[in-house]
Design a binder for this molecule. Sequence first.
Ligand SMILES: Nc1nc2c(c(=O)[nH]1)N[C@H]1C(S)=C(S)[C@@H](COP(=O)(O)O)O[C@H]1N2
Ligand SMILES: [Mo]
Length: 318
Amino acid sequence: MLIKIKGSWELKENQITSLKDYISRRGFIKNAGIMGAASAASLMSSNLALAEESLSTVSNLYDGHDIMDEKTDIKAVRGYNNYYEFGMNKDNPARYAQSLVTDPWRVKVNGACENPGDYNVEDLIDFNALEDRVYRMRCVEAWSMVIPWIGVSLSEVISKLKPTSNAKYVYFETLADPKQMPGLSRGIIKWPYREGLRMDEAMHPLTIMAVGLYGEKLANQNGAPMRLVVPWKYGFKGVKSIVKISFLEKEPNTSWMRLAPQEYGFYANVNPNAPHPRWSQATERRIGDFRRRDTLMFNGYGEQVASLYSGMDLKRNY
Ligand SMILES: Nc1nc2c(c(=O)[nH]1)N[C@H]1C(S)=C(S)[C@@H](COP(=O)(O)O)O[C@H]1N2
Ligand SMILES: [Mo]
């Protein structure tokens, strides 16, 4: 059941160099054999105001669930984003997030755990144990992508922090720095961006803390240096550029719930049978496709996660 796909896509040499370079700079690979060439050139080309129609998909792959899904074009993954701290249009994050400083990066950990404190990313993520995870991502706005992430199971991060038995939820915050994030001047959301998971959801093997995608470190617009990915939930649960992790006894009040509780719930499980008050969730537009496709319950991960919600009314607990 645990998805662990190695080498499931072709890495270009400069991408390999870029990631290895990053990992080494983060202090985990002492063997300098593969490194050398700094690969700023392979960092993303930004400013991609992409016409959706021009987006194409590349290469088939096995996604670990007996379904052949095509990975979404890397230009779309990096050019069509939701990251409201950098603006509300889909091309704003790629344009405005380039100057975000992600190294060094400190993460505050507090609440019901034995190891609270201020951590560096490399204290939390074992860069020698990164895994490839190809996941569908379904935005609540009814579009979707397939993204080859690189990261570790969130459970591995959480184990290091040793939550106590009082910890029933884990809560995350994104950086909120008006000097670096032009979107903060707009008060759509009460910043910082806040998200959370029930502890059993957080410990589920499908839930990852991502640090890269398509063989490279995360682009800033995708949530560098580390962001949450919960593939059976709507994309907004995947909080980006995390600076705070708290272990809580009570369900946290997250950003989208706070903004419109009748539209966005805490669970946010992908559910074709629970329409958003203003649109249907029955179908979705896979970026790069012409035709809409049916949205799958739990985004197609029901076999793995449905048991987390047995006995719950998922229309009420949306
Ligand atoms: N901090 C922060 N995290 C965020 C968002 C945001 O606006 N701010 N948008 C969310 C939404 S709605 C989606 S669909 C995904 C998009 O991730 P991607 O741009 O890397 O594809 O990020 C989520 N995480
Ligand atoms: Mo989203």
